[in-house]
Ligand binder design. Structure first.
Ligand code: IMP
Ligand code: MG
Length: 181
């Protein structure tokens, strides 16, 4: 029987202090202005809340959900919008908030799509980055942690919709256990 085990990669305290720093940097970079955080559901929901609480300039929030098309069209970076934003982006300092950047396909498509909506500025903020997996180049302004190519869960990230609620980032490991007779 296979059992799933989680090995802690980034403990809650480290996430806290890094997100605190990120919020501070964003607040400095946009001093005297406001920021509009675009949260990419569902994975970024936990991160965006922690980040927003630590930003000291005025913050507005919006949410969108995307999903990749089937395997064939995936390489073209085409993603389907399953929930669009509620508000227009024109004249806003948009910060796209992601949980993790892997191939970069999702984000590069989003940048094109949202860029057409005439934001004043647009930047990308991600909690995690797996640079070794990148296929499409995307410019990321704020990165929490660069991590090796391992499948991680927690802090919003899921495996089969599970583990999003873990307060830390963990590596999912599969343990082979002897069948009990
Ligand atoms: P990309 O288009 O390949 O950059 O896809 C990024 C998306 O893949 C993220 O928003 C996650 O939903 C998912 N993803 C990539 N790596 C992981 C992981 O290690 N754990 C959980 N989800 C992941
Ligand atoms: Mg995601």
């Amino acid at each position: 029987m296979m059992t799933e085990k989680i090995r802690v990669m980034i403990p809650e305290k480290e996430l806290d202090s890094r997100i605190e720093e990120m919020g501070k940097r964003i607040s400095e970079d946009f001093a005297g202005e406001a920021v509009h955080l675009v949260c990419i559901l569902k994975g970024s929901a936990f991160f965006v809340c922690e980040l927003a609480k630590r930003i000291t300039v005025p913050v507005t929030l919006d949410f969108m959900q995307v999903s990749s098309y089937g395997a064939e069209t995936r390489s073209s970076g085409v993603v389907r919008l399953s929930k669009d934003l509620d508000e227009p982006l024109n004249d806003k300092n948009v910060i796209i908030v992601e949980d993790i950047i892997d191939s970069g396909r999702t984000l590069s498509h989003l940048v094109k799509l949202l860029g057409q909506r005439k934001p004043r500025t647009m930047s990308i903020c991600t909690l995690l980055d797996k640079p070794s997996r990148r296929v499409v180049d995307v410019e990321v302004k704020y990165t929490g942690f660069q991590i090796p190519d391992e499948f991680v869960v927690g802090y919003g990230l899921d495996f089969d919709q599970k583990y999003r609620n873990l307060p830390y980032i963990g590596v999912l490991e599969f343990d082979k256990q002897e069948e009990e007779s």
